[in-house]
Unconditional design. Sequence first.
Length: 128
Amino acid sequence: MKLLNRSALSVRPTQHFVDWINALEPTVGDDDLDLSDVERESTVYLIPEMDTPEAMQAFVRERYLEILETELRAWEEDERQWPETLDWALFQRFLRLEHSYLAIDLDDEAALEISEVDDSLLLETDQD
């Protein structure tokens, strides 16, 4: 077990986000996704160590657009289908955050690997 020099930020969708996803390809009744379906796809971001809620909020305010775009792209790669205005208000309406002060790696076998996130890699994963 290894303590990482990071905090963790879990990004979870709200019902507004789910409504946007469902509006991308309108379906009838039972084919719509619900909040629990989309929550299974939530993302955890490792962030610099943050020991206060205020520090975490300041960091998120600086990076919210990057996070929002990543979350939208996970569901729709065509940016023309995204909401017209990508701002702090939309971020707050579409996503809720859960902050963990500590991040611990429980994998004693494999070393952590670092690689740059490539949007095309995320899209390939979604299609599998």
